[in-house]
Design a protein around this ligand. Sequence first.
Ligand code: GRF
Length: 197
Amino acid sequence: MRRVAILISGSGSNMLALLDSMEEPGHPAMPCLVASNDPEAVGLAKAAARGVPTAALSHRPFGKDRPAFEAALQDIILGHGADMICLAGFMRVLTAGFVGQWQGRMLNIHPSLLPKYRGLHTHARALEAGDTEHGCTVHEVTPELDDGPILGQARVPVEPGDTPESLAARVLTMEHRLYPAVLRRYAAGDRRPVWLP
Ligand code: GRF
């Protein structure tokens, strides 16, 4: 049984989708921790309400010392016996040192069809480019931001009159399907990508 730490910074809707999926019979993974760099993240309370151990570690007292923040985070993660990490709306860039310790064992979900639109404001950028389709990607985390082997993608149409918000909502619905599908396969040792819908 793989033990998954989920890292969040915000509402945690992807985290909840992952928690739900890991309750399915025969799932090869279980959640051992939900941690946030933002002690106010509403997702923390949602995870606690589900009986999952939670931890808050603000990055702020560490200032620019990312390695010190990451060392403290690593202690918490290992303290909960995690052997895999799912980043789910975790809004801190991780250094190569941290990523290296989890390479091949850390996934991320990004709201674009990578390699398009790494970084922020992906929905607005897709609209500005006049794209007719958009979507989300789950990938293995490597030191380059929003890079790494693609483990799954889900596509949605861009509709006339879409705003970044309406498009984000349509993509998020697919994130909640894609991430659990990828985690289930990946935790069982199968790295073949998942393509949705
Ligand atoms: C998602 O769109 C995810 O792809 C992005 O941040 C958002 C997190 O949403 N990186 P939530 O916290 O899972 O609700």
